[in-house]
Write a protein that binds this ligand. Structure first.
Ligand SMILES: Cc1cc2nc3c(=O)[nH]c(=O)nc-3n(C[C@H](O)[C@H](O)[C@H](O)COP(=O)(O)OP(=O)(O)OC[C@H]3O[C@@H](n4cnc5c(N)ncnc54)[C@H](O)[C@@H]3O)c2cc1C
Length: 387
């Protein structure tokens, strides 16, 4: 059976649904084909079930891409305030958690319902459980699925990244990009915990659950947020953020006491000894971590020189992770469809007119904090408004 539409969108996630809404509002007949048995599965688990749906301080610097300028146009034309207006129109209660991050008060389900309601009023047809067998291009695009053939002059690919395969992530979007001759930037998991080598694991990982505010850096970037010790390595917002910039066989630097002079109180103590050192470190780090740090880095003596060394070590803990926890635990996929292949205004392929790529599939990845959804909304809106 053949179904004719103006626009066929593959993937009913954040970007695909936003694109569908915008195109539907413009009177286009839109079909969204989704492999899963419901829409927006990733939205439902996002932000710990409360969906960090945008960030008030969204700027191009919060995105990682081979071309840092590419995202600017779409982000400027669909701002956090545009999505907030939608959230308020649907009377969804929300709050700012920290650093401009907006979360639902109740549950991420509110955001999925918002998108479904908007799709309904824009006349969008969503077809669930549609396994896609083949996509070809004749005079128009033909998508062969379990539920028949879908024909349209416009095909929007919004099948997301590779993270969390058990939620149904597939490589279809990347495969289609290759099929139509578009370049792909190497993909890797990001916003992901880092795994420590055996030596560091033995030294620190029995402290799993301990967290501290740190500043973690690579040569080109730095984040000051919480770090968490896990059973296999390091996690927490600071580590998830730096994972986007960390490359295999390189190190990260961790300042365990950013902006603090930890040993001042030892230098000024009546007696410079282990008790004074313990008390100084416990003022900055959780007790168990402070004790462990001193066990492993006990000063040779209590001279100014030895204390300077202790101070230096606290501000520059060099860690060489052996890997990441991979796509199973990653929030996003870095890399993807090369932005050189796409119009930054519309997300349309420069090589193949009528073919669009949006959302996480594109080589634009946001930092932690609501930026990835903002990119999904903005790139989806950019494509949908151009149709
Ligand atoms: C645990 C977790 C928490 C997160 N929390 C946040 C957060 O709070 N804030 C934030 O900004 N970002 C968060 N993210 C990232 C965010 O979820 C994604 O960046 C965003 O969902 C990307 O939107 P998308 O539409 O491009 O892809 P997706 O939302 O992944 O949607 C892709 C859709 O395509 C469908 N699909 C895939 N393959 C096929 C196929 N072969 N045929 C048909 N359909 C297919 C999928 O089932 C899915 O519905 C989180 C990610 C994870 C994993």
């Amino acid at each position: 059976m053949v179904h004719k539409f103006d626009v066929v969108i593959l993937g009913a996630g954040a970007a695909g649904l936003m694109c569908a809404i915008e195109a539907g509002k413009r009177g286009r007949r839109v079909a969204v084909l989704e492999r899963a048995n419901r829409v927006g599965k990733k939205i439902l688990i996002s932000g710990g079930g409360r969906c960090n749906f945008t960030n008030l301080h969204c700027r191009p610097e919060h995105f990682y891409s081979a071309n840092p300028h590419f995202a600017k146009s779409a982000l400027a034309r669909y701002e956090p305030s545009d999505f907030i207006a939608l959230v308020e129109k649907h009377h969804i209660p929300y709050h700012e958690k920290t650093l401009g991050q907006l979360f639902c008060d109740r549950s991420a389900q509110d955001i999925v319902e918002l998108l479904e309601t908007e799709c309904r009023s824009a006349g969008v047809q969503i077809i669930l459980k549609s396994g896609i067998q083949e996509v070809r291009r004749t005079e128009e695009f033909v998508v062969c699925t379990d539920s028949g053939e879908f024909h349209a002059p416009v095909l929007v690919v919004a099948t997301g990244g590779l993270s969390i395969p058990k939620l149904g992530a597939t490589s279809l979007g990347y495969d289609l990009a290759r099929q139509f001759g578009l370049k792909i930037r190497e993909t890797r998991p990001a916003l992901v915990p880092l795994v420590l080598g055996t030596k560091d694991r033995t030294r620190y990982c029995d402290l799993a659950g301990v967290s501290a505010e740190v500043e973690v850096s690579t040569d080109h970037s730095s984040f000051r947020e919480k770090m968490l010790i896990t059973h296999r390595g390091l996690s927490g917002p600071a580590i998830l953020q730096i994972s986007m910039y960390w490359r295999e066989h390189s190190a990260i630097r961790i300042d365990l006491a950013p902006g603090r002079d930890v040993t001042l109180s030892i230098r000024e103590a009546k007696e410079r000894n282990m008790a004074a050192a313990r008390s100084a470190l416990q003022g900055i780090l959780p007790k168990r971590f402070a004790t462990r740090w001193l066990d492993l880095h006990a000063p040779q003596d209590w001279t100014n020189r030895a204390l300077e060394k202790l101070e230096g070590q606290l501000h520059e803990w060099i860690v060489e992770p052996v890997g990441t926890e991979g796509y199973e635990k990653a929030e996003v996929t870095v890399g993807g469809v090369d932005t050189e292949e796409l119009s930054s205004k519309t997300m349309e392929s420069r090589r193949v007119p009528g073919l669009f790529f949006i959302g996480e599939l594109v080589d634009v990845t946001g930092h932690l904090g609501g930026f990835n959804f903002q990119w999904a909304w903005a790139s989806g809106a950019a494509a949908g408004r151009s149709l």
